[in-house]
Design a protein around this ligand. Structure first.
Ligand code: GUN
Length: 305
């Protein structure tokens, strides 16, 4: 079996097209949607993600601001920035890029964000609304995954779904969303015993643990749908050959950048056993940004209404 690709890039183009139209309509009415991204310290991956998000704002017609704080910033510093953003009428969405340095009290920071501007869906009010199936902001990566499964008509009702990972950003909210779709959901984590056997029972398997190619063939039921949320780097030719085979494109990528991206799923094993798989890059990643843009426009629409 050669797995079919669940194309996140294609879906993100469609979603972004809709966002452009909604954003243009609001801007015409005098309210240009605005997103503020708060970045603390100089984690290179976080800086790359924030840059991608603000570039996408510009492409789709949203206003964007990046507020950078030094690595040694305190919780109080961050609370001050958020307080200002909460009352600014030209900012409709606030995102604080995770992870934050260890001295920062993350729950206090997230709680300080006005839930009406919580476009990441991390505030306890948003999480509570999601748990209770009420309207509110849904975290972007889980929301994007649901859109992708819907586009490809992957059934969820009554299906066995296994989520590897229970993070506040992906695993936990995604398991709630899947439950609301009437899936039978099992969440595995670092203390779970016999993970491979549980994963192998899944009709739909979601990997969100941040470990390079953790999901190997023994985790995948033949014909399963596999969603790979991981974004990891590999840096050697041997790794490329092991995970991708003699793949000219990947070897060229490695040559050019010194690394190539890989998810939490072993790509060759998934290609051989799964029915559908999300590629890395080009699967879940572009959808996360697309949903953030959509949430920001929704926040602006609600502020305008
Ligand atoms: N770090 C990893 N994913 C995310 C995300 O979706 N939002 C924020 N704010 N930080 C992240």
């Amino acid at each position: 079996m050669t797995a079919r690709i669940l194309d996140g890039v294609g879906l993100s183009l469609k979603l972004n097209g809709e966002t452009v139209d909604r954003c243009a309509a609001l801007t015409q009415a005098g309210v240009q949607p605005g997103l503020a991204a708060v970045l603390v310290g100089d984690n290179p991956a976080s800086r790359t993600y924030v840059t991608s998000k603000s570039k996408m704002c510009v492409r789709l017609g949203l206003r964007t601001e990046v507020l950078s704080l030094p690595e040694h910033a305190t919780t109080l510093d961050l609370l001050g920035v958020i307080k200002t953003l909460n009352v600014r009428t030209n900012i409709h969405g606030i995102l604080v890029q995770m992870p934050l340095p260890p001295q920062i009290d993350v729950p206090t920071v997230i709680e300080a964000i006005d839930p009406a501007k919580d476009v990441d869906g991390f505030h306890p009010v948003s999480v509570g609304r999601l748990a209770l199936k009420q309207a509110g902001f849904v975290p972007c990566t889980p929301a994007g995954i649901l859109e992708l499964l819907k586009l490809y008509c992957i059934p969820l009702r009554g299906q066995r779904v296994v989520v590897l990972g229970r993070s506040n950003i992906v695993g936990l909210p995604l398991s709630l969303l899947l439950l609301h779709q009437d899936a039978t959901v099992t969440v595995c984590h670092s203390h779970t015993k016999e993970v491979a056997a549980i994963a192998r029972s899944a009709d739909v398997l979601i990997a969100a643990i941040g470990k390079t190619a953790f999901v190997t063939e023994d985790f995948i039921k033949p014909g399963a749908v596999v969603v790979d949320v991981g974004i990891n780097r590999i840096t050697t030719r041997e790794q490329v050959l092991e995970y991708f085979g003699d793949n000219a494109e990947r070897l060229a990528d490695l040559e050019k950048k010194g690394y190539t991206l890989i998810g939490d799923v072993h790509p060759r094993h998934a290609a051989e056993r799964a029915r559908y798989v999300t590629p890395v890059p080009g699967g879940v990643g572009p959808l996360t940004i697309a949903m953030l843009m959509r949430n920001t426009v929704v926040a602006a629409e609600r502020a305008y209404a």
